[in-house]
Design a protein around this ligand. Structure first.
Ligand code: BES
Ligand code: MN
Ligand code: ZN
Length: 485
């Protein structure tokens, strides 16, 4: 037996948003507050420049500002708050995504301020509550929005809730693997559950063994850190409109195991291999404030994947919950092993739908790049709900085929299945693997390998982990209707 050594991990807060964002406040007022550090002034590409800016179009153009979305020009004043010209594109044409991006550009430009204020642009087609929500999502700071009306207030509050969830998911994925072990995720979930009013159950290694989660235990076999399964439950106040279950891949570090990853840059981002679980945890945290009408259960499947004398080996056979036997032909195809046990637990609860999310395959990233997640589904109505939520939050997804012709790549000589197929359709065979465990329960699978991180700041995505999926899943829950089978 290895002796477990605990390194001191004090003096560094791995999840600052847990404390920091509790203090974020959004106010909706009639005019720009005098105590703001910076005031954003929306400026379109055409039409009049708002008088409050005190500059004409020629002066703005000379400074390289023409009102495109993403532009923000600092205009210091001798007295009063810093003014910021914020590009919003063609007059009255901005949609929610453009407003979110414009707000993000403002927040970045005014990063020194802690109290930001902005008026909402006249965004023709966008309702005030949607505009206010998008603007606050893009800023994530103490903001005051100069706009009257209860709709803007409600939208701003929604934006605050969703931005907070996005920030939490980002923090979790950025947290170092030593600071955020499987136990660490469980303790964050407990804390968040208490704050938000969710039921949280944590299953330790013994409980996981009793549940016969052979996939998760196999992935964990090489580690000195015990695994955890976390179940978070949200129940609506009134009558429930349906039951949605979310399952997240929570690999706190994926070394590849015995099939160790051969390149350092890959290792460097594998602390983010729990991004799926982070997105589920963060989405769950938002449900009470959003007043979601459905019952929502979240499963976080947490462990790391390490090589050692006790690690699972190629050729080993595991038994997933429910009895399917799996021949391991690559220890680095571990996400599906951890998720499949979660899917079986989920389906046993007889929900109306199950959605899983995780950083599953490099193949999906090769297909869709770092902007777009892959989505697979065995039910088109559910797929459409996922796409609609993704469009609302500007977390892009593209549906890929669950094509049965590749299923034979998972056939094994000695067990029911192997855990890996050929390289090229790798995203599809991962999805086909998972599909085996959901039967005819409506199910969708999000492969977020690509968009889990960005290497430079860009619109509302800040360098590092993006928190992709947290807002999407919260919006999905908020709009959820049991899909017809
Ligand atoms: N966590 C990785 C996928 C990944 C790669 C996430 C890059 C984020 C960035 C996953 O567990 C993995 O190792 N997938 C393998 C699957 C293969 C062995 C079938 C892959 O994509 O190479
Ligand atoms: Mn892997
Ligand atoms: Zn992985």
């Amino acid at each position: 037996m290895k002796k477990k050594i605990t390194l001191p991990v004090t003096g560094f807060d791995p999840v600052p948003s847990l404390t920091q964002y509790a203090q974020v406040a959004v106010r909706v007022v009639r005019s720009a507050p005098p105590d703001a550090d910076a005031v954003g002034i929306p400026v379109a590409e055409d039409g009049a420049v708002p008088k409050a800016l005190g500059l004409d179009r020629a002066t703005l153009a000379a400074a390289g500002f023409d009102g495109k979305v993403g532009q923000a020009l600092l205009v210091p004043k001798a007295d009063g708050p810093l003014l910021v010209a914020v590009g919003v594109g063609k007059a009255n044409r901005a949609d929610a995504s453009a407003l979110r991006d414009a707000a993000a550009a403002f927040a970045r430009a005014a990063a020194k301020g802690t109290h930001l204020a902005t008026s909402l642009p006249d965004a023709g087609r966008v309702k005030p509550e949607v505009a206010a929500q998008a603007v606050v999502e893009g800023m994530v700071s103490l903001v005051t929005i100069a706009e009257r009306g209860r709709a803007a207030t409600a939208g701003a509050e929604r934006g605050r809730t969703l931005a907070t969830a996005g920030a939490l998911a980002r923090d979790l994925a950025n947290a170092p693997p030593k600071h955020l072990t499987a136990e660490g995720i469980a303790s964050v979930a407990r804390r968040v559950g208490k704050q938000a009013g969710l039921a949280v159950e944590v299953f330790d290694k013994d409980a996981i063994a009793r549940l016969e989660l052979g996939g998760l235990l196999g992935v964990n076999a090489g580690s000195v850190e015990p695994p955890r399964v976390v179940r978070m439950t949200y129940r609506p106040k009134g009558k429930s409109s349906g039951h949605l279950i979310l399952v997240g891949k929570g690999l706190t570090y994926d070394s590849g195991g015995i099939n160790i990853k051969p390149r350092d840059p890959m290792h460097a981002v594998m602390k983010m291999d729990m991004s799926g679980a982070g997105a589920v945890l963060a989405a769950m945290s938002a449900l009470p404030a959003l007043g979601v009408k459905a019952t929502v259960t979240g499963y976080l499947m947490c462990t790391d994947n390490m090589p050692s004398g006790s690690a699972m080996k190629m050729g080993d056979v595991l038994t997933q919950r429910g009895g399917r036997t799996i021949e391991i032909n690559n220890t680095d195809a571990e996400g599906r092993l951890a998720l499949a046990d979660g899917l079986v637990l989920a389906v046993e609860q007889k929900p109306d739908a199950v959605v899983n999310i995780g950083t599953l395959t490099g193949a999906c990233m090769l297909a869709l790049g770092d902007q777009i997640a892959g989505v697979f589904a065995n039910n088109q109505r559910l797929a459409e709900q996922v796409k609609a939520a993704a469009a609302r939050t500007d977390e892009s997804v593209w549906q890929l085929p669950l094509d049965k012709r590749y299923r034979k790549q998972l056939e094994s000589n000695v067990a029911d299945m192997e855990n890996m197929g050929d390289a090229a359709p790798g995203a599809i065979t991962a999805a086909l693997y998972l599909a085996e465990f959901v039967g005819d329960t409506p199910w969708a699978h999000l492969d977020i390998c690509g968009p889990m991180q960005v290497t430079a700041d860009e619109s509302w995505r800040s360098r590092g982990a993006t928190g992709f999926g947290a807002r999407l899943l919260a919006e999905l829950a908020a709009g959820f209707a049991p899909p017809k089978r």
